[in-house]
Design a protein around this ligand. Structure first.
Ligand code: AMP
Length: 492
């Protein structure tokens, strides 16, 4: 381990956990946050997942709790509030990993699972509780949780707690924690409501802002023009490619995720949904099945997918355009992890043009356009020409809500490709074919460091201005049905 972690003055037991975790050097947010937090200072961290923000608060909390361990019964001395169960589990894992030599215990508290183990944890079984707000308040109301000994309070992903309508519950929880406790608030963005929360919560905080992570270099990402009513057909065409091994598809709403996953299953794809209305058991089944490849396709919403960490996602498909540049970076960051290459395709309808401009402004670069043969819409040429300052009014951001769909020019009948829809039962998915999912053609603007010849060979899309792809037919592959396994998500 380099001097980085040792210079923080962390106890040996904690450094041993850091070493076991394989962290060689602190990330920028850890460098900035850990020393001040170890001195007890409040922190306002503007950072998103992937920056190492979890360890940035876990390490000082472990240090605080292991330095001054009171004798007698274990009590809840640190409380982390997080918006989703997945994130809560991930934070709890980080406490367990980094704190494994400290003797401290952490536990999660969230809805959709039994009360009793949580009651045990709250009543002396754990030093640290990582909780989602609703279930924690249930416990408070039932007299199971005493937050009067909390020394450090963390609110993680505060902007998502706001998005999910949790801020009133969060305020109630804050009121139950001693006023003298240390407070740390992390948020990827700072809407006014979160700012107000932070103003009331934090006292002279250290403000740490980690620049928005650009998409990783290992990810090729493309904008794929398509008409709204042909999205589903195009998606199935792309999923039919042999390269579509492990594909994460994002939709805008829970309802759309549910409907799309159902349609994919009906069409014979091994697909599952991951959206906030599912029970914890079904979410876990979907995630486990995606990890172990029972499912090739996981259809998710942004919030449900926050914090999911599946190492080998081959492709991300933004079925609906993400609402913010942060969401875009976060979504496409689900692929290309751990130095693997990945590919992200974002469907673009005419009503997304404003969002495209906003995205490219924030990313500071143009994202390459790729059309898919047989699915080229009339607006492909417009999208190809789209430049900052040219087109406003199509975007949702800043104008309060998405524009009405279908405002674009009609698609000429000649561009109506014969979508390869047939997907007979039982066909084994053939191997071979290009290494990634089929985009070919122009040099990738998104990967200026790579020559055009390497940038191609992905999910079947091609440069908008190119002609027909002679190999398209032979590259279409039939997919086997659900690999003989019954989908637990499909079952009910
Ligand atoms: P987070 O932003 O907290 O979600 O962390 C993203 C990932 O980075 C997690 O898988 C952490 O285990 C990992 N991580 C956190 N800190 C470090 C570090 N100093 N070195 C290497 N990996 C880290």
């Amino acid at each position: 381990m380099t001097d980085g972690f040792t210079s923080f003055g962390l106890d040996g037991t904690i450094l041993a956990g850091v070493r076991d975790a394989g962290y060689d050097r602190p990330t920028p947010i850890q460098v900035q946050t850990v020393p001040a937090a170890m001195q007890g200072r409040d922190v306002l961290g503007l950072a998103q997942t992937g920056t190492g923000k979890t360890a940035a608060f876990v390490l000082p909390i472990l240090q605080r709790l292991s330095r001054a361990a009171p004798t007698g019964r274990r009590r809840v001395r640190a409380l982390v509030v997080a918006p989703t169960r997945e994130l809560a589990e991930q934070i709890n894992d980080e406490f367990a990993r980094l704190g494994r030599h400290t003797g401290l215990r952490s536990a999660t508290v969230y809805g959709g699972v039994g009360f009793q183990p949580q009651v045990t944890a709250l009543r002396g079984g754990a030093d640290v509780i990582v909780a989602c707000p609703g279930r924690l308040l249930d416990h408070v109301e039932r007299g199971n949780a005493d937050l009067g000994h909390v020394e450090a309070l963390v609110l993680d992903e505060a902007d998502h707690m706001f998005d999910m309508g949790f801020l009133p519950s969060v305020r109630r929880i804050v009121a139950l924690v001693p006023t003298g406790s240390q407070r740390l608030l992390f948020s990827a963005t700072m809407p006014a409501e979160v700012r107000h929360l932070a103003d009331g919560l934090l006292s002279d905080p250290l403000r740490v802002e980690i620049a928005r992570a650009a998409p990783a270099d290992t990810i090729d990402h493309y904008l794929v023009p398509v008409d709204e009513e042909r999205k589903s057909e195009l998606l199935m065409h792309l999923l039919d490619r042999p390269e579509a091994r492990s594909v994460l598809v994002f939709t805008r709403t829970k309802h759309r995720a549910k409907r799309l996953a159902a349609n994919l299953k009906k069409a014979g794809f091994a697909a599952a949904e991951l959206q906030g209305n599912l029970s914890q058991t079904r979410r876990q089944a979907a995630l486990d099945g995606f990890r172990d490849r029972t499912y090739d396709v996981l259809v998710a919403t942004d919030i449900a997918a926050r914090g999911i960490d599946v190492a080998a996602v081959s492709h991300v498909i933004n079925y609906d355009f993400p609402d913010t540049a942060e969401a875009y970076t976060h979504r496409i960051g689900r692929t290309g992890r751990a130095e693997r290459t990945g590919e992200a395709l974002t469907f673009v309808t005419t009503s997304d043009f404003g969002n495209v401009l906003d995205l490219e402004r924030v990313l500071g670069r143009r994202v390459e356009r790729r059309s898919v043969e047989g699915y080229v819409p009339a607006h492909a040429a417009q999208l190809a020409e789209l430049r900052p300052g040219q087109h406003r009014g199509g975007g949702a951001r800043g104008s309060g809500g998405r524009p009405a769909r279908g405002g674009g020019p009609a698609r000429p009948a000649t561009q109506r490709g014969s979508g390869p829809r047939q997907r007979p039962a039982g066909g084994e998915r053939a191997g071979g074919g290009p290494a990634t999912v089929g985009v070919r053609g122009h040099a990738a603007h998104s990967r200026p460091d790579r020559p055009a010849s390497q940038a191609g060979a992905a999910l079947g899309a091609r440069g908008a201005s190119e002609g027909a792809d002679p190999d398209a037919g032979s590259r279409r592959r039939r997919r086997r049905r659900s690999r003989g396994r019954r989908s637990p998500v499909a079952a009910d």
